[in-house]
Design a protein around this ligand. Structure first.
Ligand code: ATP
Ligand code: MG
Length: 688
């Protein structure tokens, strides 16, 4: 299909949004109105109709899943090499690429490490334990606070003046030390992927000019979820040319808890007074009934921009509300229904999605799906990357590209076993701290012999020598081959066999490690998101640079989506409402429509029910043909069966469109208690 034919398929407002390329453009519209379609068509339009080089275009969104989907949609529109050098990625990958291209200006060495949340926690624990013994809660709080500051572009030097109370003052002091240590480890954390580029571009006119020459057109999906730093990144890059398109829906802002600023929609109009605001009103996704439910629900929130969505898809089926006696029955119901409905609706497994508020809700459902042998895919749950063998392999990779990565060092110095005990490591750590060196570097220092028995020094030396050797072979030629032979030489497989309860498990684990290395190799070959600022640097990139880049991309992917293979086989999709943003499915189940679950108890207490309502709105608007809402009268929480009240959001839906199956709880307490016992017994038998 030519781009002209593609354009002709869009409605006049969408066409206007695609064709408008000379100035800033905001598409503000409700769910399913074709915002993402505007972005993907516009990328093709810029390349095929305006003759813009794909290298000059950067499209960003929030989740890896959404980025992948967008990439696929664009891929079908472009021919041959048209898409070469095009950036379609998450905000964080874009930031990572800026950092990679500007290491020197940032004062980082090549092969920097990307700390995931666990690594960052470990560092915070070390820093905070210096003052007094701290617990996990305190660490989480400080971590959250530092993240909030970073998202708001508040640097360590400014944090103290923003601190509202004693706790925040303390966090501000930890923040300062934390940033200093990260830098010493040649490491960045997740939030730095946006913060560092923003500060760099803001303070360095040369660097800024270089990136402005590189990116001529930007497109941002899910704009309502940008935080202060992300908005500034867009603004800095686009301030001069003013050529960008952002699309968003204030009713789908669901990341305020992570620093998102829906008011960025308003700021955009102030910063770019000639902003062309285009509204879309036709929904192409859902039936009239589903759309009415979404509109009626969200009308309970105050609105900046009024939107009215309509659909030509017909009224469709009523929305079913299925009440279950307890959570196990709820899962049983969903699983068995999918089994029969797949045949009745002539659907595929992948046409069904089950959405829920929290990952824990998926556990019972998984058991039920397994029971019926229904294939499913869980997004964001226990992931490939959180497997121990993968964490080990990743730690080796990280240490290879950045010997100063102490967390990686500690993870694998004794994996497989090298007889290096905790006492040795503690002394080594003290010695390293004194010298301001990394653990790896400290192993090489002569003075170590005074601190440790000769045997321990020798064992440490053997380990670092081994790593150095692999590193040299990587630099000298085939990096992937060097990594593969490293795994063989240290006989990681034997270690897995020693530690697994069954040989098949060890086999599977080793297989996972090879999958990881294959992924790495593949990623080196394609380097899909490479957008170094100047073409010349890209061609000068050495082999090791590419390995380093590929490894940091792997680490980023680990953090972002915690999901290994791109799995597009036919499976029922299980995901949180947060992760479902931007996606659509023919048949959607929304589970757990109960007070304290949706809206979540924390939100009720914090007075942020509006964000929960938007979350429910996101969930409802994922459905194309049918929507089923489920709830339980009782649910286990804190080891006890608790009574659950139906969600207030159910009352806010148009009652005439709802078809109830079962009634919410209005029985006397005694009967309830008896049933509660049944439920416990049921649960026990289920869990074996
Ligand atoms: P969300 O807010 O959920 O991200 P969106 O506004 O990005 O939704 P899209 O995902 O772009 O909406 O589009 C929703 C569905 O409508 C998709 O299946 C898309 O292919 C289809 N669609 C979009 N525009 C049109 C059109 N003009 N004609 C027919 N179908 C369309
Ligand atoms: Mg979209």
């Amino acid at each position: 299909m030519s781009i002209k034919q593609r354009l002709a398929k869009l409605n006049p407002r969408q066409q206007e949004a695609v064709r408008y390329i000379d100035g800033p453009c905001l598409v503000l519209a409700g769910a399913g109105s074709g915002k993402t379609s505007v972005i993907t068509t516009k990328i093709a339009y810029l390349i095929q109709e305006c003759g813009m080089s794909a290298r000059r275009i950067a499209a960003v969104t929030f989740t890896n899943k959404a980025a992948r989907e967008m990439k696929e949609r664009v891929g079908t529109m472009l021919k041959g090499k048209e898409g070469h050098g095009l950036t379609v990625s998450t905000f964080h990958t874009l930031g990572l690429n800026v950092i990679r291209g500007e290491l020197k200006a940032l004062g980082y060495k090549p092969g920097f490490s990307l700390f995931d949340s666990e690594d960052a926690k470990a560092l915070l624990r070390d820093l905070m334990n210096k003052d007094a013994q701290v617990d996990a809660d305190q660490i989480n709080q400080v971590q959250h606070q530092i993240s909030a500051w970073k998202n708001d572009l508040i640097l360590p030097g400014q944090a103290l003046s923003h601190a509202a109370d004693e706790n925040e003052q303390y966090a501000a002091r930890v923040y300062e030390a934390y940033v200093r240590h990260l830098k010493a480890y040649n490491a960045v954390d997740f939030d730095d992927l946006i913060l560092l580029p923003v500060v760099l571009l803001r303070d360095n006119p040369d660097v800024l000019a270089r990136w402005r020459r590189k990116i001529h057109y930007m497109l941002v999906d899910e704009y309502q979820d940008t935080n202060v730093s992300q908005y500034l990144l867009v603004k800095l890059l686009m301030e001069e040319r003013k050529t960008f398109t952002v699309v968003g829906d204030d009713d789908q802002s669901i990341y305020a808890w992570r620093g998102a600023r829906p008011e960025n929609l308003v700021t955009l109009g102030e910063d770019f007074p000639r902003l062309n605001v285009i509204k879309l009103e036709q929904n192409y996704r859902s039936t009239g009934t589903i759309l009415r439910a979404a509109n009626t629900l969200i009308a309970n929130n105050p609105h900046v921009y009024e939107k009215t969505l309509w659909s030509e898809m017909g009224q469709g089926a009523a929305i079913r509300v299925v009440v279950n006696s307890h959570e196990e029955a709820e899962s049983e119901r969903v699983a068995s229904e999918i089994l029969t409905r797949r045949i009745k609706e002539r659907a595929e497994w992948r046409d069904f999605a089950v959405l829920y508020r929290g990952n824990f809700q998926a556990r019972l459902l998984e058991l039920k799906l397994q029971h019926y042998q229904i294939p499913y895919k869980l997004s964001g749950g226990t992931s490939f990357f959180s497997r121990n063998e993968i964490k080990d392999a990743m730690a080796y990779l990280r240490l290879l590209i950045n010997p100063a990565d102490d967390n990686a060092f500690l993870r694998i110095v004794n994996v497989p076993r090298r007889e290096i005990g905790p006492g040795t490591l503690e002394k080594l750590a003290n010695y390293a701290t004194e010298r301001g060196a990394s653990l790896f570097a400290a192993c090489h220092e002569l003075g170590l012999e005074q601190q440790l028995p000769a045997r321990a020094v020798e064992r440490l030396g053997r380990f670092t020598h081994f790593i150095d050797g692999v590193r040299r072979r990587m630099d000298g030629g085939d990096a992937i081959a060097a990594i593969r032979s490293m795994l063989h030489e240290m006989d990681y497989e034997a270690w897995l066999y020693q530690n697994a309860s069954a040989p098949t498990i060890a086999e599977k684990r080793m297989g996972n490690v090879w999958i990881l290395i294959d992924q790495l190799e593949k990623s080196m070959r394609t380097d899909p998101e490479d957008i170094s600022p100047e073409e010349s640097t890209a061609s000068e990139e050495t082999e090791t640079d590419t390995v380093e880049a590929a490894i940091s991309r792997l680490v980023l992917r680990d953090i972002l989506e915690q999901q290994a293979e791109e799995d597009d086989t036919d499976k029922v999709q299980l995901l949180t409402m947060h992760a479902s943003k931007g996606l659509e499915f023919p048949h959607v189940y929304l589970m757990g429509l109960e007070e304290e679950l949706l809206p979540h108890r924390n939100a009720i207490e914090a007075g942020t029910v509006e964000e929960e309502r938007r979350l429910a709105y996101v969930g409802i608007t994922r459905a194309r043909r049918t929507l089923t809402l489920t709830l339980a009268r009782q649910r286990k929480a804190f080891g006890e069966l608790m009574d659950c009240a139906p969600s207030r959001f159910l009352d806010e839906l148009p009652q005439e469109d709802l078809e109830w199956e079962g009634q919410p709880d209005r029985e006397d307490p005694e009967k309830k208690q008896a049933r509660g016992k049944d439920a416990i017994a049921g649960l026990r038998s289920l869990l074996g």
